[in-house]
Design a binder for this molecule. Structure first.
Ligand code: GCU
Length: 414
């Protein structure tokens, strides 16, 4: 039985001119058999597992567990990185054993900070070498898009990393500031994990699991990205300079969708930050605003499971919605950030999604999102759930990181 509760998203999320209409949002605290979820135990043993299963089956696809043959090699450890401020560590992860697909995990760990440090972990768009001009970063051998970030996968790109690409995306990664504030950074390149261009599933991790590709709930690119973050966690757990109990996932846009799905599944992650993850991330489909399921499935058929395509045209009737994915992060701190001009991501719908996750935070004894209406632009609200809508376009900007660092200080430095 799919019970629906009438919820006025308009009332939840409108600030100024209200474009949203009231809609039916499936209730997160009502189990599929109609049981009302009223205790933390019921959430943990009944509702949380059934939601994870439902989202795997209907949307993100199934993922394998930790592969038995996985191995990794630390191939670089340089204490003199960033002018002596950090130790750069690079790890080649072979999820299926060596030889085989390789994912490079790049870490910067502050030299000054005492003891094992908290870390931001996130996938990057353009290659590890693009997040900083540091010449010590290994150039990826995976496919690269010359026009990254935010390239259109339909257009024909060049595909080999070159020296000129170093640091091309550095402004989205304030590494020096993270170091001076006592945080490490860990990142991997999305294309090392799974191809984000045609032919889909042809390289990287998907090739290890051909048997998972034919199913309706196939092992998707989004699933592989999320899964790779758990494999990075497996390595971080073995790195003595990192406190693996304080790993904050971070992701922008499609990689924000992946960060949310990873954080929903893997409770080892202590915090999740969604930077404009939009459709299939933090935005609610039920509002019928911004990018819809049809566009997602048409332009990016590899991101979500084949089974998800049956919901094309049914955004406002889905039996589930993204507030449930956000709820799966509870009670761990969750930050959802929007940008005002990022209409595709329906900024107000991202707020509504975060707000609708609040009942689960409350049930589990955590603080919710301390805002009743969509907060004013450029004003962060930070409880157990944090939120801001920044002025400007779809991007990661210094304002965004200032809020994430403050949120991490609040929750990870207690
Ligand atoms: C496209 C896509 C979005 C996605 C974004 C990105 O715009 O429609 O869903 O978030 O790419 O990853 O940059």
């Amino acid at each position: 039985m799919k019970a629906l509760v009438r919820l006025s998203i308009g009332a939840l999320a409108c600030w100024g001119a209200c474009v949203a209409t009231a809609a039916d949002l499936p209730e997160v605290l009502l189990a599929n058999d109609g049981t009302k979820i009223t205790t933390a135990e019921q959430w943990r043993t009944k509702r949380r597992p059934e939601l994870l299963e439902q989202f795997a089956k209907e949307m993100y696809g199934v993922s394998p567990g930790k592969p038995e043959k996985m191995s990794f090699e630390v191939f670089d450890r340089d204490k003199g990185a960033l002018g002596g401020k950090a130790t750069r560590i690079q790890v080649a992860i072979y999820p299926g054993g060596k030889p085989g697909p390789r994912m490079d995990l790049l870490l910067y760990v502050p030299n000054e900070a005492p003891g094992p440090v908290p870390v931001f972990l996130g996938l990057n768009f353009a290659g590890n070498h693009a997040i900083h001009a540091d010449p010590g970063i290994r150039l990826t051998e995976s496919w690269v898009d010359q026009r990254q970030p935010n390239a259109d996968p339909e257009k024909k790109p060049g595909n080999r990393a070159t020296e000129e690409m170093r640091g091309k995306n550095a402004k989205q990664w304030p590494i020096e500031e993270m170091m001076s504030r006592g945080y490490a950074l860990a990142t991997m390149y999305r294309e090392d994990v799974a191809p984000d261009h045609e032919p889909y599933f042809s390289t990287g991790v998907p090739t290890l699991y051909p048997e998972l590709q034919q199913r309706e709930d196939n092992f998707t690119t989004m699933g592989a990205w999320a899964w790779s973050l758990s494999r990075a966690m497996d390595v971080l757990e073995k790195e003595p300079s990192i406190d693996s109990k304080r790993v904050a996932l971070f992701g922008f846009s499609r990689l924000g969708k992946a960060a949310l799905w990873a954080g929903a599944n893997d409770e080892r992650f202590a915090m999740v930050i969604s930077n404009e993850s939009g459709a299939g991330g933090a935005k609610l489909f039920h509002r019928g605003q911004g990018e819809d399921i049809k566009r997602l499935n048409t332009l990016f058929p590899h991101w979500f499971a084949r089974s998800f395509s049956k919901y094309i045209g049914k955004d406002t009737e889905l039996p589930f919605d993204q507030h449930m994915v956000l709820s799966l992060v509870a009670p761990r701190p969750l930050y959802v950030a929007s940008a005002l001009d990022d209409k595709n991501s329906d900024p107000e719908g991202e707020f509504a999604g975060a707000k609708a996750a609040e009942p689960v935070y409350r049930l589990l004894g955590a603080e919710g999102l301390p805002a009743e209406t969509w907060p004013p632009v450029d004003t962060a609200v930070q409880g157990g759930i944090g939120y801001h809508v920044r002025s400007g376009k779809h991007d990661v900007q210094p304002f965004d990181w200032q809020q994430y660092l403050a949120f991490a200080d609040k929750h990870l430095k207690k």
